[in-house]
Design a protein around this ligand. Structure first.
Ligand code: MTE
Ligand code: MO
Length: 200
């Protein structure tokens, strides 16, 4: 059936354009955590932004749910080489969370309820590139995937998308996070295969 084969191959070619070098596609959603899954109730949950000046903004679960919500669709890429296309999420853009924050920071650190941290340039979390998400594929985010809320920064390797997110702190200088201090790349661009610091 020569009419079908080229179409099928065309589809595959388009998909592979979305898979960074050294990655394979998976339909599963593997769980990768450095420690046990913490149990965080929405009654105890807060999210905090701390600017480099010390200015703080805090939202509880109800206040957070009342913020404008977005439904990003994203391709995600784990440094352990799996990628997943067209994942769908619901949450609040970091632009919304930073709207009232007076900052000239160059770097950010994302913090979690289990003590994990990850760093990135401030420019990478603005302009519709990052969210705090509370739903995955139309359902409340499962605890093992970071529920009640995780950070979502899909253009960098997925270790930057911290689960059980609690805060973002803004800084004038770079402060490497948990995996970055352990030898993972400081930036982590999957298209440039920035998996580990040079020397690894
Ligand atoms: N708090 C926290 N967030 C984390 C991690 C972690 O160990 N603790 N692991 C990271 C890594 S290495 C990856 S690949 C993704 C995995 O997310 P998943 O378990 O939902 O697939 O979460 C990231 N976020
Ligand atoms: Mo990972």
């Amino acid at each position: 059936m020569s009419g079908l084969t080229p179409g099928f191959r065309g589809h595959r070619r388009i998909e592979s354009d979305r898979v960074p070098p050294g990655q394979y596609l998976t339909e599963d959603f593997p769980v990768l955590s450095a420690g046990p899954t913490p149990s965080i109730g929405t009654d105890d949950w807060t999210f905090t932004v701390v600017a480099e000046t010390g200015e703080r903004h805090v939202w509880d679960w109800r206040q957070f749910a009342a913020l404008p919500q977005e439904t990003p669709t994203a391709d995600i890429h784990c440094v352990t080489r799996w990628s997943k296309l067209d994942t769908t999420w619901k949450g609040v853009s970091i632009d919304t969370l930073l709207a009232e924050v007076d900052t000239t920071a160059d770097f950010a650190v994302v913090h979690t309820f289990d003590g994990y941290t990850t760093n990135m340039p401030f420019a990478d979390i603005t302009d519709g590139q990052a969210w705090v998400v509370t739903e995955y594929e139309g359902e409340p985010l499962a605890a093992e995937h970071g529920g009640p809320a995780r950070f979502l920064l899909p253009h960098l390797y997925f270790w930057k998308s911290a689960k059980w997110v609690s805060a973002i702190t803004l800084h004038d200088e770079d402060n490497p996070g948990f995996w970055e201090r352990a030898g993972y790349h400081d930036y982590g661009d999957p298209w440039l295969e920035q998996r580990y610091q040079s020397g690894w």
